[in-house]
Ligand binder design. Structure first.
Ligand code: PLP
Length: 318
């Protein structure tokens, strides 16, 4: 494209994009960086759109714009002629199911368009229906140039990952470069691809994406929101079947438990004793139940969560 200096990729603190040297560098997990002297050159990070984790002095929409514009500031600092791409998970998963304010993604798209920066949507979690749309980009209305995919493409029955490349990018690679010089021993493995096709057909036949959008998604979301009434819950959020809530010591004003108290991990361990598995990211509890979750199972999930929060409250005040 005659822009040979565009190498830098902008990502976000607390993002998760994988475990190889480059993927962990794209990610914004400080403990991973510390273990290996990462990130590698050419990858920089800006703040994540984590409103609850901020001082909450702005409205969520104001905060969404401020965090999106941090990307623009970084582009100006580096020079737009040096920046290749911005990468983001539509909703950060491993970082704590961070649902960005509504204002965030439209502003990110505007900034990418303005400076000619490619948008990489990491759809490893959000792809193939998790949010009640086929992709996170559909849910947030972005137009990515690349989408990374894995998990949901086979529902995990066989391992398969991949990258979707837009025509805009593929045309340049083919027209100008002639060949894409990367591949893996198992690229396009026919068995994994056959499983993916079977899995996608099943999702279509059972109407599971629509079911998340119009049935089990709204059903669980309403109950999930009501968890916010518990004395230990400072925030709840859920899109499709991907949610989180925040365990807090005090709700007004918000006060977190000290890290060494391990409230999140204690909650997780008590909940597992009760037969329900969620993950603790610090004191953020994250949950992504299967697409076939029944209403009765959703009720059980919520009842056990409330009972466990009660047990945790007792344990913490003992
Ligand atoms: C958003 C996101 N991107 C990338 C990855 C990494 O995928 P893999 O472990 O297949 O390299 C993950 C894994 O959890 C993820 O959640």
């Amino acid at each position: 494209m005659g822009q040979p200096e565009r190498h830098t990729i902008i990502s976000r603190h607390n993002a998760y994009h994988g475990s190889t040297v480059a993927a962990a560098s794209l990610g914004g997990m400080k403990p991973m960086h510390r273990q290996s002297g990462l990130p590698i050159p050419g990858i920089v990070h800006v703040d994540q759109p984590y409103w609850f984790g901020s001082d909450r002095s702005l409205t969520p929409d104001e905060f969404g714009l401020v965090t999106a514009r941090a990307i623009e500031d970084k582009i100006k600092e580096l020079g737009a002629d040096k920046v290749a791409a911005f990468i983001g998970e539509p909703i950060q998963g491993a970082g704590g199911v961070i649902v960005p304010p509504d204002s965030y993604w439209p502003e990110v798209q505007r900034i990418c368009d303005k400076y000619g920066i490619l948008l990489i949507s990491d759809e490893v979690i959000t792809g193939f229906g998790r949010l009640g749309e086929w992709f996170g980009a559909d849910y947030f209305g972005t137009r990515p140039d690349f989408m990374t995919i894995a998990k949901g493409v086979t529902s995990g029955y066989l391992p398969l990952g991949g990258v979707f490349v837009s025509d805009r990018v593929a045309d340049v690679l083919i027209d100008k470069g002639g060949e894409f010089f990367h591949g893996y021993t198992y690229s396009g493995h026919p068995v994994a691809c056959a499983v993916a096709i079977a899995n996608i057909k099943l999702i279509q036949r059972e109407n599971l994406v629509e079911r998340i959008k119009t049935d089990i998604g709204p059903y669980l979301q309403e109950k999930w929101r009501a968890l916010g009434e518990h004395a230990l819950v400072g925030d709840t959020r859920m899109v499709g079947l991907m949610g989180a809530f925040e365990i807090v010591k005090n709700k007004d004003p918000i006060e977190r438990f000290e890290e060494k108290q391990g409230a999140g991990a204690a909650f997780r361990d008590l909940l597992i004793e009760d037969g329900v598995c969620m993950r603790a990211v610090g004191d953020t509890i994250i949950c992504a139940p299967p697409f076939i979750l029944s209403h009765a199972e959703a009720d059980e999930l919520i009842d056990k969560t409330i009972a466990t929060l009660d047990r945790l409250k007792k344990a913490l005040s003992a």
